[in-house]
Design a binder for this molecule. Structure first.
Ligand SMILES: NC(=O)c1ccc[n+]([C@@H]2O[C@H](COP(=O)([O-])OP(=O)(O)OC[C@H]3O[C@@H](n4cnc5c(N)ncnc54)[C@H](OP(=O)(O)O)[C@@H]3O)[C@@H](O)[C@H]2O)c1
Length: 430
């Protein structure tokens, strides 16, 4: 049987590589995976364990003929473009080359094009925003010529903040570390522009959550345009095209919001939250809680074990199901539960029955760090947030919990009280 081919442009870069890795890891048996790159030999040499699953072919988005050959016979194409650093409007042309090659190929059922909101139109022509404009113009052309395309609009990449990148957290004085952020039914989606976001946060929230995850105190300060431009050299705000482009982008985001002020309503697939990303990229500082575990009281340990049943990102303190944590007459109660919701469970059998269904209802993607605080000798309290969804309805379930536990001398929970935002229960309603 011939497998459908997906051609991936930009496969050596951040976006294309992520698409390539995803297909290799999850769909390697179902698709022929074709990486469209400028230098196939060099790209193949870097592939590592995916080498046998990927065909490398030559393609350059400045060269329309090379793309026609590269997309030939492909049913799916993922494509991105880089900003035109000559600032002569070439990015639109590169997008048009991609579009024409897709049209020419005939075989393509869906192009996924990495694009951006049309900042120029949204701002009524007051902002130019070169790195958005070329993509938006290419998107308009793709719609105009009627190729089967869906547009993804990635938000700010979390990768902009990893060590070594301009947006990395910086120490602001000798005593304090701080973070300063300057700044498959394809037809269903054809023509749509889909925000691609892992987390929807303001810059101050980004800083606060980075700090909460790493344990490093945060600072977040809005800087002036002059301060932003200073590292680019004299008169950069008007004379340096890269500085101008970035300033325009931040003006757009400040004045209109990345997606014209709207939080994305839906995501196609679970994505990575900022705090999960921070834990991955700053492992040395991101697990202060783990190092403290040995100092926890039995109540802190019990409440931590309780939440780690749901937070599968944490390997330690495993327990197979919550009732194991409770004393024979232990009580679970949810004082904020609405009328009709089972708000009290007494004894391990009842507790076991209550939790037996959670796995078929909740899908959790990420949790904020678990830092239980002791209350007296036998109590502990924890504040924690999750991002997730309700399996039965597919709706987002981002919840905040405050859990309070009391334990007996054996460290078993005698009373567990949990408070949560009742309004979030609307996610259960289709
Ligand atoms: N950073 C952000 O926060 C952010 C947010 C939203 C959108 N974006 C947009 O995302 C894009 C950058 O994506 P990225 O980070 O994935 O890029 P990247 O990591 O810089 O990689 C660029 C990719 O493009 C390929 N490429 C460059 N010139 C090419 C050409 N002429 N023909 C064919 N392939 C070419 C490169 O291949 P080679 O191996 O041949 O060099 C590489 O695979 C930019 O347009 C940016 O505006 C960025």
């Amino acid at each position: 049987m011939t497998l459908p081919t997906i051609a991936i442009l930009g496969a050596t870069g951040q976006q294309g590589r992520a698409v390539l890795d995803h297909f290799c890891a999850h769909h390697g048996e179902a698709y022929t995976i074709r990486a469209v790159v400028r230098d196939p030999t060099a790209a193949a040499a870097k592939t590592g364990s995916n080498a046998s699953k990927v065909q490398y072919v030559c393609g350059n988005y400045t060269d329309a003929a090379s793309l026609r050959t590269a997309f030939d016979g492909a049913e799916y194409v993922f494509a991105m473009t880089s900003p035109d650093m000559s600032f002569t409007g070439l990015e639109e042309q590169w997008g048009r080359n991609i579009a024409d090659a897709v049209r020419n190929a005939n075989s393509v059922r869906l192009l996924v094009f990495s694009s951006a909101p049309d900042a120029t139109a949204i701002s009524g022509g007051t902002l130019e925003c070169a790195n958005f404009a070329g993509k938006a113009a290419a998107q308009r052309y793709m719609v105009e010529i009627g190729i089967p395309a869906v547009f993804v609009w990635p938000g700010f990449f979390m990768q902009n903040h990893v060590p070594g990148k301009p947006g990395q957290p910086r120490r602001v004085n000798e005593k304090q570390s701080a973070v300063v952020f300057d700044t498959l039914n394809p037809a269903k989606y054809i023509g749509a522009s889909i925000p691609l976001v892992g987390d929807w946060l303001t810059f101050p929230e980004l800083a606060t959550r980075w700090a909460r995850t790493t344990g490093v105190p945060p600072t977040s300060r809005r800087i002036t345009e002059d301060e932003f431009a200073a590292p680019f050299g004299p008169d950069a705000a008007t004379a340096n095209p890269v500085c101008k482009m970035l300033l325009e982008m931040y003006r757009f985001v400040n004045q209109y919001g990345y997606y014209k002020g709207n939080a994305p309503e839906s995501l196609l697939a679970p994505t990575t939250s900022w705090e999960t990303f921070v834990r991955r990229h700053w492992p040395a500082v991101a697990s202060p809680a783990a190092s403290l575990e040995s100092t926890w009281t039995p109540a802190q340990t019990a409440i931590a074990r309780y939440f780690r049943i749901f937070d599968k990102t944490q390997a330690s303190l495993t327990v197979s199901e919550p009732s194991e944590l409770f004393a024979p007459n232990g009580i679970v109660s949810f004082p904020f539960a609405p009328e009709g919701y089972a708000n009290k469970h007494v004894g391990t059998q009842a507790i076991k029955a209550y939790y037996s269904t959670w796995n078929s209802i909740f899908q959790f993607y990420s949790w904020t760090p678990l830092v239980p605080r002791a209350i007296g000798d036998n109590g502990a309290i924890v504040e924690i947030e999750c991002r997730g969804s309700i399996k039965t309805t597919g709706k987002a379930y981002d919840q905040k919990y405050v859990g309070v536990a009391q334990v007996d001398d054996a460290g078993k929970i005698t009373q567990y009280t949990e408070y949560w935002d009742v309004s979030k229960l609307s996610a259960f309603t289709p």
